[in-house]
Design a protein around this ligand. Structure first.
Ligand code: SOE
Length: 388
């Protein structure tokens, strides 16, 4: 009989929906022993909690997260609430010996993230942060290609993460829908919200980022606050660019903004090494582009007139995750990245090989984010302390 994995969901927004979908579909696609049970949905507003629970099929609701993390009938706490709540919920959940899945960024700052990593380790509870883009098959394929040694000595890493939804000064800050614009709730702007994804992917593929120098900009400096109704200063970074030095000696550039007109969720990266390069663009997620130089050299005859980038449609059953879905040539979507992440987490519990990124690993991303923000303030290169 399947083992139950009883879920206590805290939050009901975009990520609450993405994760709930993953819980519901896990056993349809992945042959794991555990079966998620949607036990409790928690939101501060009873009305919102009820609507969410009814829609997704949660058995009951709570309006106080403390009751959820104390519930004996809950095994996993899923933290999908705004960033300023992650720390308290995670620490209490760890004390109560719950498994914890936490949305990104892990915390508001390194100090919180360090305590959170320590808390789950001391409690011995399985934990993971939902950096879902690692679970895009094409990105996982890029990781495989790097691990197979096909890129060779890395020279350059280039990442962009562009959106355009905050350009109008009429967009308020704060409240349930727009807490990402309120620095007291979000901790930072694009650095924690978007670049955290780029940094997680970059360090997964190319190793630790040792030092950074950054510039941030806040284009709209005052916005009405949705909760107070007052015009208040904006404390988040609307845009951030930084240069990075990886521990392996390669150079990185990272750019993120919510002011790139026409760009909705433009998440790209390219890694260039001596023997090859990989390029990914989330607007064409089923493709990984790969330029292979090594194979050309090793061939009997170098057919240089036939060289070029290969656009790999990562939908064959031998591509990461794809054997669990449809026939070759058919695609999966954004929602499956969460399903894949959940499957990895559950397999981690079952095999005893914990899925990554766990809190300890996500702490490294937090270190880079904090170093980026510190550098933007000081104008100096900042050592991240990653991997020490
Ligand atoms: C912000 O708009 C956002 O929803 C992020 O919070 C997510 O992490 C990102 O994947 C999509 O954009």
């Amino acid at each position: 009989m399947a083992k139950q994995l009883r879920i206590g969901m805290i939050g009901y927004g975009f990520m609450g929906r993405a994760h709930s979908n993953a819980y519901k579909r896990l056993n349809d696609f992945f042959p794991v022993e555990h079966r998620p049970v949607l036990k409790v949905a928690c939101a501060r507003s009873e009305e919102k909690a009820k609507a969410f629970a009814e829609n997704w099929g949660y058995e009951r609701i709570e309006t106080d997260w403390r009751k959820v993390v104390a519930s004996p009938d809950v095994d996993v706490i899923d933290i999908c609430s705004p960033n300023d709540t992650h720390y308290d919920i995670a620490l209490t959940a760890a004390r109560n010996k719950k498994m914890i899945l936490c949305e990104k960024p892990l915390a508001m700052n390194v100090r919180q993230a360090e305590e959170m990593a320590r808390a789950v380790e001391e409690a011995g509870v399985p934990n993971m942060v939902w950096f879902n883009y690692r679970r895009v098959p094409s990105i996982a394929l890029a990781k495989q290609i790097v691990d197979e040694g096909r890129i060779g000595q890395p020279f350059h890493y280039r990442a962009t993460y562009l959106q355009d939804w905050t350009i109008s000064p009429d967009v308020p800050q704060g409240g349930a829908a727009l807490w990402r614009l309120d620095v007291d709730v979000a901790g930072s702007g694009v650095t924690g919200d978007l670049l955290a994804h780029s940094i997680d992917t970059a360090m997964w593929l190319n190793g630790g980022i040792a030092r950074v120098v950054a510039q941030t900009r806040t284009f709209v400096t005052e916005r009405v606050h949705a909760v107070t109704g007052q015009v208040q200063p904006v404390g988040i970074d609307d845009a951030c660019m930084f240069l990075a030095e990886f521990a392996n000696g390669s150079m990185g550039t990272f750019e993120s903004t919510r002011y790139a007109r026409g760009r909705k969720n433009f998440n790209t990266f390219e890694l260039n090494g001596a023997d090859g390069s990989v390029y990914f663009d989330l607007e064409e997620p089923e493709y990984l582009q790969f330029f292979e130089y090594k194979q050309l050299q090793s061939g009997k005859k170098l057919e240089s007139h036939l060289t070029g980038w290969r656009k790999i449609h990562s939908t064959n059953s031998e591509h990461p995750y794809m054997k669990h879905y449809w026939v070759p040539g058919t695609c999966i979507g954004y929602e499956h990245t969460f399903l894949n992440a959940l499957a990895d987490f559950v397999e981690g519990i079952e095999t005893g090989k914990p899925a990554q990124p766990d809190f300890r690993n996500a702490l490294e991303t937090q270190r880079v984010c904090d170093a980026v923000l510190e550098s933007a303030r000081s104008g100096q290169w900042v050592e991240t302390g990653v991997g020490l």
